[in-house]
Design a protein around this ligand. Structure first.
Ligand SMILES: Cc1cc2nc3c(=O)[nH]c(=O)nc-3n(C[C@H](O)[C@H](O)[C@H](O)COP(=O)(O)OP(=O)(O)OC[C@H]3O[C@@H](n4cnc5c(N)ncnc54)[C@H](O)[C@@H]3O)c2cc1C
Length: 451
């Protein structure tokens, strides 16, 4: 890895999906303008305290979908899906499609998603009715048996990508364009310019690096960098009721619950012998344990899963667990499966394997092959659980995806344009000012905070 330079025009903090995508697209765009990348005003340096893929991007399940109830999210995802599709090999992207399988309480809302997908030219099929949904699903999986399902949205685009491989794909592309990626350097603070709020230098464990622009793309560590930038720990949010709610925490944490069933990934093939779409099921049917028959829940619940050779089985997850703690007290390090507290428990394994058996007969009695290894990871969320993409302190661009942004590989392309002075309308609905102005995204009936 190269040594830390004394100056870079752009310092990108974090070598995850967003930092790397931003750096790569910035390099591409500078080159197109005739700027020599790697020197002077074309110098782009990505710093990571550990290395590429050390954060959420490196452990993500990797699901890529359009299915969002919020129109602005859908348009943003359609843009990102086209970036995944632009080089599936380099990004290790599997365009198998995605299915949102829902109960009646979500039927109408998912119907609007389908209508708007048609309006933006995003290919999908919408099946309505209990018998019709079962027939459609059994046409794909003969053993489909999920209950209380009255609609199926089948997105023909999207699918999933392999987490570390896609990060490496971005590293290769960025390096080939002249981006420097420096691992093992932690950002510890910021130095302001003379009498302005703008950042003149980034302080690191290997000394300062002067810069003109800073990009913050640190995923679950955003609270610590936010504090270093002296940005507000609590904000005022104008709610949907028109009332101003003061003192709302800027960041809160949830623990993502994921795991792998240790079967041959081919076990989950479709009736026609193909790799299936990613499956996401929400339902209000009661869920009973496949182990001992006990009632697990009779409230709305959901899971997602896909066969994945990289994880070595059928991999997926369920709703995240809220971390009821002040963000300053959340120990993000050691991250992911190495965390002593934010890995899944046996309760998750029971719930998720039972839910698999609820959906498909082939998973009945398979809880014993659930991989008993640490999995999951903590994520940081904004007040409304949707991303913030905005400038702070004049020259600091924060990319905070509210922990559902592995799929948002295209955000870096949009941010690169904004860094070069061209505003992108797809990012407008994600400005920080929406909280004060009450321009919040609509909320769906899904049991997940990111749908
Ligand atoms: C278990 C799990 C499953 C997920 N599944 C999906 C999914 O299926 N689909 C989806 O779209 N999203 C998913 N997500 C969310 C997604 O992974 C994240 O939203 C996304 O990867 C965040 O990317 P990032 O580039 O912002 O941050 P990260 O990938 O977390 O990268 C941040 C980097 O910043 C570095 N860093 C932190 N602090 C400093 C510092 N002070 N100095 C220098 N470097 C620093 C870290 O070392 C890290 O490498 C999942 C998340 C988790 C935890």
């Amino acid at each position: 890895m190269p040594a830390l330079p004394a100056f870079a025009r752009y310092v990108v903090i974090g070598a995850g999906i967003h930092g790397l995508s931003t750096a790569m697209h910035l390099a591409q765009k500078l080159k197109a303008k005739g700027v020599s990348v790697g020197e002077g005003r074309g110098r782009i340096v990505v710093l990571d305290k550990t290395g590429p893929g050390a954060g959420a991007s490196g452990i993500a399940c990797g699901v890529v979908r359009n299915n969002y109830f919020q129109p602005a999210m859908r348009e943003l995802m359609a843009h990102s899906v086209s970036v995944w599709e632009s080089d599936p090999d380099a990004y290790s992207y599997h365009p198998v499609g995605y299915m949102q399988i829902s109960p009646e309480v979500m039927h109408a809302q998912v119907g609007t998603i389908y209508e708007q997908q048609q309006a933006i030219g995003y290919e999908s099929v919408f099946i309505e009715g209990e018998a019709e949904s079962r027939q459609y699903m059994q046409g794909i999986f003969h053993d489909w048996q999920a209950q209380n399902i009255t609609s199926v949205l089948h997105e023909k685009r999207g699918g999933y990508a392999n987490n570390q491989a896609s990060v490496q794909g971005l590293v290769n592309k960025a390096r080939a364009l002249g981006v420097e990626i420096v691992a093992g350097v932690a950002v510890t603070g910021f130095r302001s310019g003379n009498g302005t709020g703008a950042i003149a230098a980034v302080e690191t464990t290997q000394g300062p690096i002067e810069c003109e622009e800073v990009v913050v793309a640190v995923g679950p560590w955003v609270n610590s960098i936010w504090n270093m930038l002296d940005l507000p720990k609590a904000i005022s949010v104008t709610g949907r009721d028109g009332k101003v709610h003061d003192g709302v925490r800027m960041w809160h944490y949830m623990a993502l619950q994921e795991g792998t069933l240790g079967v041959d990934p081919n076990y989950q093939k479709t009736n026609s012998g193909l790799m299936p779409p990613v499956i996401h099921v929400d339902t209000d049917a009661p869920l009973f344990s496949d182990r001992d028959g006990r009632l697990i829940t009779d409230a709305l619940w959901g899971i997602y899963y896909k066969p994945d050779f990289h994880f070595g089985g059928v991999q997926g997850g369920a709703m995240p667990a809220v971390v009821e703690r002040d963000p300053d007290d959340v120990r993000v390090d050691p991250y992911g499966p190495k965390s002593p507290e934010f890995v899944v428990t046996d309760n998750f394994a029971d719930m998720w394997t039972s839910a698999l058996a609820f959906c498909q007969k082939r998973f009945e009695g398979k809880h014993g092959v659930y991989k008993q290894e640490p999995s999951g990871g903590v994520g940081s969320f904004t007040p409304d659980n949707f991303p913030v993409f905005d400038r702070f302190r004049d020259n600091v661009y924060v990319i905070a995806d509210s922990n559902h942004g592995y799929k948002m590989i295209g955000v870096g392309e949009l941010v690169a344009d904004e860094l070069l002075g061209t505003p992108r309308t797809l990012l407008e609905p994600f400005r920080f000012s929406r909280y004060a102005q009450g321009r919040l995204h609509p909320v769906s009936h899904s049991p997940f905070p990111w749908s």
